[in-house]
Design a protein around this ligand. Structure first.
Ligand SMILES: Cc1cc2nc3c(=O)[nH]c(=O)nc-3n(C[C@H](O)[C@H](O)[C@H](O)COP(=O)(O)OP(=O)(O)OC[C@H]3O[C@@H](n4cnc5c(N)ncnc54)[C@H](O)[C@@H]3O)c2cc1C
Ligand SMILES: *[C@@H]1O[C@H](CO)[C@@H](O)[C@H](O)[C@H]1NC(C)=O
Ligand SMILES: *[C@@H]1O[C@H](CO)[C@@H](O)[C@H](O)[C@H]1NC(C)=O
Ligand SMILES: *[C@@H]1O[C@H](CO)[C@@H](O)[C@H](O)[C@H]1NC(C)=O
Ligand SMILES: *[C@@H]1O[C@H](CO)[C@@H](O)[C@H](O)[C@H]1NC(C)=O
Ligand SMILES: *[C@@H]1O[C@H](CO)[C@@H](O)[C@H](O)[C@H]1NC(C)=O
Ligand SMILES: *[C@@H]1O[C@H](CO)[C@@H](O)[C@H](O)[C@H]1NC(C)=O
Length: 271
């Protein structure tokens, strides 16, 4: 029977991990399970810049791979190829948990739950760094501007322009703060006066899943007779976009190792 893999989390990390698993392990079924989907994840708030540096308190680095280098190479290759916008043909099962997932339905679980990992997995090393941005309609802007302080920026995307940002460690507050919005808007208008004409201004708040380093490892959960291999991939902090493909590749490799163990359940017999 095909290995049944559940990926928990539908942010950038869960989705890219699901894609990478289905590409590297062709014979498996992948189900994405999440309580929120786009446009309601932290990943939807981000501007999506590739940031080569790290932030204080975050290594932004996964010990098992050169995640940023792999991600940058991958994205540059997509940018150079003609598939830039047509690379979304994978088919996944998608489900929304009602009462948690049934362990018997899956052979392997991959946890990509971002800041939700603090509660779900009980990992107290993960903490939020709150970020507030504005998403505005200003289609005449086609270049980015970044203030040297790194906090004020204007990043045009395909659909709208992201104006940022704040970094508030240990704040769980998902409500927009109108004073911060005004501050961001004023600073960005100082950088680019034409933003005064921006329309459809929306405020978005996200909690960066910060951790000293990304957690990228296997764990075997034991419950009675049943063993469930789990692969963790969370804690990308301020650099989820910058690292996503590298960490997805490493997570997929770990899933492959788990599958090998499933198919060889009695390693002791070899002794
Ligand atoms: C303002 C701001 C700007 C940013 N800018 C950049 C940038 O320019 N470049 C960059 O590289 N990074 C940036 N980041 C960081 C980036 O957004 C994050 O690193 C990335 O989004 C993390 O992705 P994720 O998939 O781990 O988390 P999320 O996007 O939060 O996804 C987690 C998923 O898990 C689900 N989930 C959580 N708990 C449970 C549960 N118990 N059960 C079921 N499902 C659950 C959620 O519903 C969600 O679908 C920015 C972040 C912010 C806030
Ligand atoms: C996003 O959240 C809003 C507000 O809670 C909700 O109405 C909407 O259905 C959600 N979208 C998705 C795709 O879950
Ligand atoms: C992409 O193209 C640029 C120049 O257009 C080139 O310098 C670079 O090496 C290419 N990268 C990849 C991964 O093909
Ligand atoms: C992305 O593609 C464009 C168009 O082919 C090219 O001009 C640009 O150099 C590429 N960027 C990178 C970083 O490779
Ligand atoms: C990973 O997610 C599953 C499904 O929600 C959960 O049962 C499990 O406890 C999580 N893993 C760990 C190590 O806690
Ligand atoms: C910004 O773009 C996203 C899609 O990427 C869209 O869902 C959202 O409504 C847009 N917001 C504004 C203010 O235009
Ligand atoms: C916003 O600023 C005003 C004036 O400085 C202050 O009175 C108010 O409490 C602030 N609001 C928030 C939500 O911080």
């Amino acid at each position: 029977m095909l290995p049944r893999i559940a990926v928990i989390g539908a942010g950038l990390i869960g989705l890219s991990t699901a894609v990478c698993i289905s590409e590297t392990i062709p014979r498996c079924s992948v189900t994405i399970i999440s309580d929120e989907f786009t446009p309601n994840t932290t990943s939807d708030v981000a501007a999506g810049m590739l940031i080569p540096h790290t932030y204080p308190g975050e290594l932004n680095f996964c010990l098992a791979c050169s995640c940023k280098v792999q991600t940058f190479d991958y994205l540059f290759a997509i940018n150079n190829s003609s598939e830039a916008l047509s690379n979304c043909q994978e088919v996944f099962h998608i489900s929304i948990p009602q009462t948690g997932i049934n362990r018997n339905d899956y052979d392997i679980v991959v946890n990509c739950t971002g800041i939700g990992s603090r509660e779900l997995i009980g990992d107290l090393k993960i903490y939020p760094v709150r970020g507030q941005v504005l998403k505005v309609h200003a289609p005449w802007l086609n270049h980015f501007i970044r203030d040297p302080d790194g906090l004020s920026y204007i990043y045009p995307g395909i659909h709208n322009v992201t104006l940022g940002e704040t970094r508030e460690k240990d704040s769980w507050n998902l409500s927009p703060d109108p004073n911060i919005s005004k501050d961001i808007f004023d600073k960005c208008c100082a950088l680019e006066p034409s933003l005064q004409k921006a329309q459809d201004i929306k405020v978005r708040v996200g909690l960066r899943p910060a951790r000293l380093a990304v957690r990228l490892q296997k764990e075997i959960l034991v419950q009675g007779e049943k063993k469930l291999p789990v692969v963790h991939n969370y804690g990308h902090g301020s650099g989820g976009f910058s690292m996503h493909w590298g960490t997805a590749k490493e997570a997929a490799r770990l899933v492959g190792e788990c599958i090998a163990t499933l198919q060889d359940p009695l390693p002791k017999a070899k002794l």
